[in-house]
Write a protein that binds this ligand. Structure first.
Ligand code: NAD
Ligand code: UFG
Length: 344
């Protein structure tokens, strides 16, 4: 059944793919985004791909109660909210923790207060695998302790705690989705990840090396206690992650439990950096030059989800392969060498 959904940060990497899935599910969407790390062009392409005009944009900051109220008024009635708007760079959070607490925590507080005012208490929140800190046992289950080791993860833990308290206070339906490492792009190559400047993350760096924009990949660390010495992460296709939001929201609409639905969203299969590089080479037939360098500060050796709860509670599991992640990410890079900029 079509619902009205407010999507904060809907123009971003995960948000844009999720908006497409929601439109295809028949929902009407209002996006609130200040384009701090995205472009309106992403939303234009989402509508084009969906063949739908059921998306309205409100340009504004989630920390601004007037902007959030305007988004609610624009929608008329909002049935549920998906809250992506936030900051995600670990290093930047160490350098500027107050900014991270302001955008991620204060932004979520302002949003939750507005939801309460507008009588909408159904929320899917973007949390992260980094809430587990530097864990020692795998795979990671949701009942394992949260032990954040940098301000970025601390802000996500704080928001999970606020949302838990709201659920205990009554009448909220909340899902905290702890994403592992989303990569790739929509198979059309029309929407994808568009990092500003030098990419922090492995996948966009690899695709830019493949495109000749960067000379070689630097692999951070070769002496981790992993089979080939490089870091292990649980990479999942961004379309699988987008679909998980659609399913989680539907689940919340049917649910009456008081506790938040806290779920790992990953494949359950960790891959080393070298495995990803070789997987990309196989999927594309290209060679990725690389050098092994020092570890990157703040990196943990391994993160790998137990995806069982998401399967049980949502009936969702990641189904796309590494080959599809590489192929689709590469198609996006080739079709959009400079992302959404100068390219529309
Ligand atoms: P992104 O930067 O591509 O998208 C975030 C969107 O929020 C952007 O469109 C940005 O312009 C918008 N935004 C930022 N601050 C805002 C503000 N104050 N008001 C309104 N809009 C604002 O990032 P993403 O990768 O799509 O991540 C989405 C969410 O998922 C974030 O909350 C992030 O912390 C979380 N997350 C991401 C990853 C990942 O690997 N990408 C992993 C775990 C969690
Ligand atoms: N890596 C390299 N070279 C690079 C970039 C990354 O070797 O140029 C390595 C990292 O050391 C790590 C792996 O590739 O071992 C993955 O690194 P990413 O930067 O792609 O991803 P992270 O796991 O560090 O962090 C990402 C997001 C966070 C999110 C987290 C959830 O950036 O916002 O996943 O697991 F919280």
């Amino acid at each position: 059944m079509g619902r009205r959904v407010l999507v904060t940060g809907g123009a971003g990497f995960i948000g844009s793919h999720t908006c497409l899935v929601l439109l295809e599910q028949g929902h009407e969407i209002v996006v609130l985004d200040n384009f701090d790390n995205s472009s309106p062009e992403a939303l234009r392409r989402v509508q084009e791909l969906a063949g739908s005009t059921q998306l309205t944009l409100v340009e504004g900051d989630v920390r601004d109660p007037k902007a959030v109220d305007q988004a609610f008024r624009t929608a008329g009635t909002v049935d549920g909210v998906i809250h992506f708007a936030g900051l995600k760079a670990v290093g930047e959070s160490v350098a500027n923790p107050l900014h991270y607490w302001d955008v991620n925590v204060n932004g979520s507080r302002v949003l939750a207060a507005a939801m309460d005012r507008h009588d909408c208490r159904t929320l899917v929140f973007s949390s992260t695998a980094t809430v587990y800190g530097e864990p020692q046992t795998f795979p990671l289950r949701e009942d394992m302790p949260m032990a954040p080791i940098h301000p970025y993860a601390q802000t996500k833990v704080a928001v999970e705690q606020i949302l838990g308290a709201l659920c205990r206070a009554g009448s909220w339906q909340v899902a905290c989705l702890r994403y592992f490492n989303p990569v790739g792009a929509h198979p059309s190559g029309q929407i994808g990840e568009d990092p500003m400047g030098t990419p922090n993350n492995l996948f966009p760096f690899i695709t830019q090396v493949a495109a000749g924009r960067r000379e070689r990949l630097r692999i951070f660390g070769q002496d981790y206690a992993t089979p080939d010495g490089t870091g292990i992460r649980d990479y999942l296709h961004v379309m699988d992650l987008a679909e998980a939001h659609g399913v989680a929201l539907d689940r919340l609409f049917q649910r009456q439990n008081a506790d938040p639905l806290t779920l790992n969203i990953g494949t359950g299969r960790g891959l080393s950096v070298l495995e990803v590089v070789h997987g990309f080479e196989q999927a594309t037939g290209l060679t990725i030059p690389y050098e092994l360098v020092e570890r990157r500060a703040g990196d943990v050796p391994r993160l790998e989800a137990c995806p069982q709860s998401a399967q049980t509670m949502l009936g969702w599991s990641a189904r796309r392969t590494l080959e599809e992640m590489c192929r689709d990410g590469w198609a996006w890079q080739q079709a959009n060498p400079t992302g959404y900029r100068n390219n529309s």
